[in-house]
Design a protein around this ligand. Structure first.
Ligand SMILES: Cc1cc2nc3c(=O)[nH]c(=O)nc-3n(C[C@H](O)[C@H](O)[C@H](O)COP(=O)(O)O)c2cc1C
Length: 358
């Protein structure tokens, strides 16, 4: 099967075309710092062709959710180093997803001195869990000054450098699902009047500069990007605006020669827009990864039909640390249990066994 074929990624040679999708698990309970159970959790999943480690903030301002990890200080770097070492010792490969939450956060979740910043002072719809106040409506963020936009771009660069220092094989910029780079792309959330807002070219500038800085820092073969055209975060803009924006994004990407482009789709309530994926496949010249609701069979079909070069699995990797072996041997998958996705400690996290014949 094509799924189990080895594939080059930048200068790496991956053992299969199966990736573990980035999964926020909220276990970094002590000052957003990776810990021992996280080492164990990633070690168990080192059989993936590529692990994309969970969304990790490059800045105190990007820690909008409870207990997500960061990578902007030495303790966090040391914590991540233990994880990359454990994965490499088992022959695995691991990228870090850099996720700045921007307006998708709550001031009660931010550390002291951090601020809820976004392109414009427009609140995200809905509610968010907080440390001390339970569920709360998303607050209205502060609009960043132009200077603060430049500072945020530098935070992505510094985080990328720290990721490589921590032993990651590369980074994935989280440009999907409504987080900071995504917040700049569309007029519903970006109403700036400086060079980072207004025209489409201006709205793409933040993402372009983040990619330029990160590629300049560590090499484009170590930088990937995730986007999610027409995802649940894209409900406030016109269809034509979305098509044109995402087409422009992908056209902008070709000259970068990134490690890969990762397209994500997450089930309900928005159906996947296959035409968009197909048109991106035609425009994009590099390695393309798809994610969202794939099974072993549909993943194989997508590869056979050349819709993509790699497939990432999210929820199945939570309950099946040995997913590649299970696919290879046609072993059954253990059931999904979403009650502990964002829950406490090792339970529902690092206590899923490998297949044991039962
Ligand atoms: C618990 C959980 C946490 C997630 N965290 C992230 C994240 O940190 N970054 C991201 O880009 N996507 C995140 N996602 C989306 C997944 O990466 C993936 O796109 C999604 O689960 C669909 O793939 P699947 O059908 O194989 O599960 C998360 C999904 C789940 C279920």
């Amino acid at each position: 099967m094509k799924l189990f074929e080895s594939i080059p990624l930048g200068k790496l040679q991956l053992t299969s075309r199966i990736a573990m999708a980035p999964l926020t698990r909220c276990r970094a309970v002590d000052q957003n710092t990776p810990n021992e159970i996280m080492v164990e959790y990633y070690r168990q999943r080192a059989g993936a062709g590529l692990i994309i480690a969970e969304g990790t903030s490059p800045s105190p301002n990007g820690l909008g959710y409870r207990n997500i990890p960061g990578l902007f200080n030495q303790r966090q770097l040391d914590g991540w180093s233990s994880i990359t070492k454990a994965v490499h010792e088992k022959g695995g490969r691991i990228f870090l997803q850099i996720m700045h939450t921007g307006r998708v956060g709550h001031t009660n979740n931010l550390p002291e001195g951090a601020r809820l910043l976004a392109p414009s002072a427009i609140a995200q719809k809905g509610e968010i869990s907080t440390y001390a106040l339970g569920k709360q409506p998303y607050p209205t963020p502060e609009a960043m000054t132009t200077q603060e936009v430049h500072e945020a771009i530098q935070e992505f660069r510094t985080c990328t450098e720290m990721a490589i220092e921590a032993g990651f094989d590369g980074v994935e910029i989280h440009g999907a699902h409504g987080y900071l780079p995504n917040q700049f792309l569309l007029p519903s959330r970006n109403q700036r009047t400086d060079e980072f807002g207004g025209s489409r070219e201006n709205r793409l500038r933040f993402l372009k500069e983040v990619l330029s800085e990160c590629c300049a820092a560590v090499g484009s073969d170590k930088v990937g990007l995730r986007i999610s055209p027409f995802s649940y975060a894209d409900v406030d803009d016109e269809e034509q605006e979305l098509i044109e924006t995402y087409t422009s994004v992908v056209e902008m990407l070709n000259p970068f020669s990134l490690a890969y482009l990762h397209l994500s789709h997450m089930g309900d309530p928005v159906p996947v827009k296959f035409e968009m994926w197909q048109s991106i496949r035609k425009i994009y010249q590099g390695t393309l990864m798809l994610c969202g609701d794939f099974t072993k069979e549909t993943a194989e079909t997508a590869l056979q039909e050349s819709q993509a070069d790699m497939i990432a699995f999210g929820r199945d990797y939570i309950s099946n640390p040995d997913l590649v072996e299970r696919f290879k041997n046609d072993w059954p998958l253990s059931a999904r249990d979403n009650s502990l996705w964002y829950g406490d400690g090792a339970e529902g996290y690092s206590d899923y066994p490998n297949y044991n014949g039962e």
